[in-house]
Design a protein around this ligand. Structure first.
Ligand code: GRF
Length: 206
């Protein structure tokens, strides 16, 4: 099978991007990262891409602050097409994806959220889980739809919330699972094992 052509969008440190790079290098994921795009000019995620000889582009999403829309959305689409992306991975991309991009990559935009959805959508969800008194937290890889953190679920990984945890310790524990969950979800796509039944994602086993 041809390697899956992945585009990664991120605004920050890019540790999830790194986990995907590492899985490809290790031979456990049959994919190629065709480009990394960031809406933040000096984001670490761009340096990680460059270090690995992956095309890295800063693309402004102004004048919007929290969404990707209008001319910026068109620019992103053009770059994604230029690199022949088949699937888009949101890895800490701090913007809401709007209609045109969703339609252009229907069912092929993924996001990772640091909570066991549908619990604790939104920001700093590990803190939300801790403050709520939950005993279990985790992460979710899901397909992106028009809502925020509402799309069909692909992979979830759980971690315990321990009594002496600080928000930082819990977040780190969740992130360690994120770094397994994203390559795993992409593997299902690269091996053509995904089908949908309503909003339930079915994964064919070997
Ligand atoms: C992750 O914690 C992810 O759950 C959230 O944004 C963070 C991105 O981290 N959506 P990184 O840039 O991949 O290190």
């Amino acid at each position: 099978m041809q390697p899956l052509k992945v585009a990664i969008l991120g605004s920050g440190k890019g540790s999830n991007c790194q986990s995907i790079i590492d899985a490809i290098k290790a031979g456990t994921l049959n994919a190629r990262i065709v480009c990394v795009i960031s809406d933040v000019e000096n984001a670490l995620i761009l340096d990680r891409a460059k270090k690995n000889n992956i095309p890295a582009e800063y693309l402004s999403a102004a004048p919007f602050k929290t969404k990707l829309d209008g001319e910026a959305e068109r620019n992103y689409l053009a770059v994604l097409r230029k690199y022949g992306a088949e699937i888009i991975v949101l890895a800490g991309f701090m913007r809401i994806i709007k209609k045109n991009l969703l339609q252009a990559f229907a069912g092929r935009i993924l996001n990772i959220h640091p909570a066991l959805l549908p619990a604790f959508p939104g920001v700093e969800s590990w803190k939300q889980a801790m403050d709520y008194g939950a005993k279990v937290a985790g992460c979710t890889v899901h397909i992106v739809d028009e809502g925020t953190d509402t799309g069909p679920i692909l992979v979830q990984k759980a971690v315990p919330i321990l009594e002496n945890d600080t928000a930082e310790i819990l977040h780190a524990r969740i992130q360690a699972e994120e770094h397994k969950a994203y390559p795993e979800a992409l593997r299902f796509f690269s091996e053509n094992r995904i089908s949908m039944e309503g909003r339930r994602v079915k994964i064919k086993m070997d």
